[in-house]
Design a binder for this molecule. Structure first.
Ligand code: 13P
Ligand code: SF4
Length: 302
């Protein structure tokens, strides 16, 4: 029996479900019951019937699945698969920033630890950051941890003061304007779609700015045939599957190394042992669930 067959058999036997982010290796995307962006994965996690969730993504995504399912067993096959941007915001630093700006509401990207989420008023993802910031009552907003996403939101929300945390995604930061300009020169017929984690100078060169799921939808509905994809390269696997016949160009070097830590072998091990599990203390989970739920009630923005 192949590893893939063993995984599918164990999944049924143990009443488990496999959720995977759009940046996972192709073979993991093919194994998963659901593949999506951060918002889609949180929404899917909230409605899972199975007793066990095998989460193929980075740490904060697996934590969100646990926070939304405190009574389920959430297994993260590679606990070392951590998002470096989420690690840039620490709960102590956020608490001091809140003290400095007691009149501000805290909007936090889901790319944060559970301890940070426990201090937020509302979470957002790349799909709905503009919609979420617009939705808060306060005229002052602390936005953590992605400065580029914060600057992107500021283009649309002019009536709020935003205090931005200086975090960034190393993968999206590696997408330079020079790389995009070179690709545009090589492929003049291609539309440029980029993720809002990209630098402002890259956003300025784009025809559209979307979450990963937003990219899948917008490519499907577009009349254009060729696209330069300004995000992690593996999204192109899904784009090709769902829009066959269209042509995609990846940005050289746009790889998220920790997303690649999860392999078929580690998923098989996770299903055999039902370890390592995601553990968060119950008080943190209770507090972190509030901003996550508020975000899901607001829904998609792209
Ligand atoms: P999406 O929510 O758009 O999938 O983005 C998640 C992420 O980590 C992007 O780097
Ligand atoms: Fe984190 Fe960037 Fe990787 Fe997304 S692509 S998981 S933000 S490091």
């Amino acid at each position: 029996m192949s590893e893939r067959e063993k995984i599918l058999e164990l999944e049924k036997e143990k009443n488990a479900v496999i959720l995977a982010h759009n940046y996972q290796r192709p073979e993991i995307q093919d194994l998963a019951d659901f593949v999506g962006d951060s918002l889609g994965l949180s929404m899917q996690a909230a409605r899972v019937d199975a007793e066990i969730i095998i989460f193929c993504g980075v740490d904060f995504m697996a934590e969100s699945a646990k926070i939304l399912n405190p009574n389920k067993r959430v297994v993260h096959p590679e606990p070392g698969a951590k998002c470096p941007m989420a690690a840039m915001c620490d709960a102590g630093g956020l608490a001091s920033l809140k003290k400095t700006h007691p009149d501000a509401e805290v909007v936090g990207y889901v790319n944060t630890t559970a301890a940070c989420k426990a201090q937020m008023d509302v979470c957002c993802t790349s799909s709905n950051a503009v919609k979420v910031v617009r939705s808060v009552d306060s005229e002052k907003v602390i936005f953590v941890p992605d400065e580029n996403l914060g600057k992107y939101v500021q283009r649309f929300v002019k009536d709020k003061e935003m205090i931005l945390w200086p975090g960034f995604c190393p993968t999206h930061d590696s997408i330079s304007p020079e790389k995009i300009l070179r690709l545009k020169k090589e492929h003049p017929a291609a539309a440029v779609i980029v993720h809002p984690e990209c630098r402002p100078e890259v956003i300025d060169l784009a025809d559209a700015v979307k979450s990963t799921e937003g990219m899948v939808k917008s490519v499907k509905s577009s009349d254009r045939q060729e696209f330069i994809i300004g995000t992690e390269k593996e999204l192109i696997y899904r784009l090709k599957k769902e829009s066959p016949g269209k042509v995609f160009h990846a940005v050289p070097g746009a790889v998220c190394p920790t997303m690649k830590m999860i392999t078929v072998k580690s998923v098989l091990r996770a299903l055999e042992t039902l370890e390592p599990i995601v553990e968060i203390d119950s008080e943190t989970m209770k507090r972190a669930r509030v901003p996550l739920q508020r975000m899901m009630d607001i829904g998609r923005g792209d």
